[in-house]
Design a binder for this molecule. Structure first.
Ligand code: 9MR
Length: 358
């Protein structure tokens, strides 16, 4: 567009708004530009055709991640069939709107198809299946998906510091498991072969965002991988916050110790669930407290140059895993309400992003 056409468009817009018109608030992605922070969200393919969903997504975020579309049950529904239909739509959307794409996830114990979980494969065959999966999926998006959650939630939830028992690890497992972590090492190496430029992450939630016995074990794994040249570039801290409780100081210390190993931190799945009434509404006080949690986590991330992305697990309260998960007693966990109106949390996050890195 020529400069005079831009000027004319702006003048017409200002005239139509009337004398008291104020410029629209900058978007999150505009606020994040000065710090080069990636501000992302998980995305559901089916909702891309909803115009308010698509326009809010494109305007506010500079990164996205398919919420479910890259999980095995969607992308690898039969042993010999890969189905990229859903994820390709999200990747195409991101391309059109100048957004980076995180891939989620290559190895997990959930959302796996029955042919896989009930296939009774021997270790060697399972290793072949997993290697082919990783190389096919990462290869399909080579050069498009800049960062992958290679392994998701491998920690045992009950016994801190131990690994979860899964088909990948020991049922029957995919092979040598030095310290139990060998299976993950193989996955990172396969993903790296498929796309040497992609950043490879280990992603974890369930309290590992702070310093504790669970995150100690992940820290030891990452340190070992880095020392031995296993290609790991980052750790994803999910940040599903409930009861408005986030031990921010401890999260900051955890980010410090990981980034000191030379890996990046991405906040990958942030949401702050609140008690809601039968209509799904939270109290005004809770919405303010929620905003403060978003602000504090953003400030902690911005304070560390190795913390390079903040991503929320969805962006509108209309679509969030929290509702069905909590039998609709919790909700209102995201940045925009069910009508795509910015909540206090959006403003808090935007102000933190606009303030930039210290
Ligand atoms: O938000 C996802 C939801 O649509 C799925 O039904 C659910 C299945 O387990 O997974 C949700 O996403 C999870 C993510 O992949 C890994 N971390 C926890 C997320 C919330 O459960």
């Amino acid at each position: 567009m020529k400069w005079w056409a831009v000027a004319l468009t702006l003048a017409t817009w200002a005239f139509c708004q009337g004398p008291d018109a104020v410029a629209p608030e900058p978007s999150l992605r505009e606020a994040a530009a000065s710090s080069s922070m990636l501000i992302g969200t998980a995305v559901r393919t089916a909702q891309l055709s909803e115009s308010a969903y698509a326009s809010t997504l494109a305007r506010q975020f500079n990164m996205l991640e398919p919420e479910d579309a890259l999980k095995w049950e969607v992308v690898h529904p039969e042993r010999q069939t890969f189905d990229f239909y859903q994820a390709d739509q999200i990747v195409e959307f991101a391309g059109r709107h100048g957004m980076k794409i995180r891939g989620h996830t290559l190895v997990w114990h959930r959302q796996n198809p029955k042919w896989l979980t009930e296939g009774k494969f021997a270790s060697t065959e399972l290793a072949e299946i997993l290697e082919k999966h990783i190389k096919t999926v990462v290869g399909h998006y080579r050069g498009k998906i800049f960062a992958w959650d290679v392994v998701n939630e491998a920690s045992d939830e009950v016994h801190p510091g131990e690994l979860r028992s899964t088909i990948w690890r020991d049922q029957p497992g995919i092979g040598p498991t030095t310290n139990g972590y060998g299976y993950m090492e193989r996955c990172f190496r396969w993903a790296h072969e498929a796309d040497p430029q992609a950043l490879l992450f280990y992603n974890e939630g369930a309290d590992t965002e702070a310093v504790n016995a669970k995150s100690d074990a992940i820290y030891a794994m990452v340190r070992d991988f880095r020392q031995r040249g296993v290609p790991i570039d980052g750790v994803g801290l999910q940040m599903h916050v409930s009861n408005l409780h986030a031990d921010v100081k401890s999260v900051a210390a955890n980010i410090r110790r990981f980034t000191a190993l030379g890996v990046q931190i991405h906040i990958t799945e942030m949401d702050v669930s609140l008690p809601v009434d039968a209509n799904g509404n939270a109290t005004a006080a809770d919405l303010q407290a929620e905003a403060d949690v978003y602000r504090k986590i953003a400030v902690v991330c911005l304070a560390n140059p190795g913390c390079t992305a903040i991503q929320t697990w969805g962006f509108t309260d209309k679509y969030s895993w929290i509702g069905s998960h909590s039998k609709h007693t919790q909700g209102a966990a995201l940045l925009f309400d069910r009508n795509y109106r910015a909540k206090p949390a959006t403003e808090a996050l935007r102000n933190a992003l606009a303030a930039g890195r210290p």
